[in-house]
Design a protein. Structure first.
Length: 135
C-alpha cells in the first residue's frame, strides 16, 4: 500500500499544483478523480489490494489515515483561497469526497462501460456542487 500511497500523493501534488485561484479548484478536483480512476483501473493488483484493505481493520485504519493526509494536502493548497470561516467545513467535505472516491471507483469498475462512465460523471457532479458552495 505504501507504493500506491506515494503514487497517489504524487498524483495529488501534480494535479493540484496549478491551483492559484478559485476557478482552478474544480479543474484540479476533476484531474484528481481522473488520475485516481486511471491508477485503479489500470492495475488490477491495486483493486485486489483495496479489497484486502477493506477486509482488514488495521489496514483500513491506515488507509483512512492516508486519506486524511491526502485531503489535508489538497486543503492546504486550496484553503488560502477561501474565506477563513469556511475552511473548517471545507476540510470536512474534502475528507468525505476523498474517502467516498474509493467506493465510487470500485462501483464504477464493477459496472459496464456506459454505466461506469455515468457513475463517475454523477460523482464528479456531486464534487462540483459541494466545492462550489465554498468558492
Amino acid at each position: 500500500k505504501g507504493v500506491i500511497d506515494r503514487l497517489t500523493a504524487r498524483g495529488l501534488t501534480e494535479t493540484s499544483a496549478d491551483v492559484r485561484q478559485a476557478q482552478d479548484v474544480i479543474v484540479a478536483a476533476d484531474r484528481m478523480l481522473d488520475h485516481y480512476l486511471g491508477r485503479v483501473a489500470g492495475d488490477p493488483a491495486i483493486q485486489d489490494l483495496q479489497n484486502a484493505i477493506q477486509a482488514d481493520k488495521a489496514l483500513k485504519n491506515l488507509d483512512i489515515a492516508e486519506t486524511r493526509h491526502q485531503a489535508k494536502m489538497f486543503c492546504d493548497r486550496v484553503s488560502p483561497l477561501l474565506a477563513p470561516e469556511k475552511r473548517e467545513q471545507f476540510e470536512r467535505i474534502v475528507l468525505l469526497i476523498f474517502q467516498l472516491a474509493g467506493g465510487v471507483v470500485r462501483l464504477a469498475l464493477a459496472e459496464g462501460e456506459a454505466e461506469s462512465r455515468q457513475t463517475i460523471e454523477d460523482y464528479r457532479s456531486i464534487i462540483h456542487t459541494q466545492l462550489r458552495l465554498f468558492l
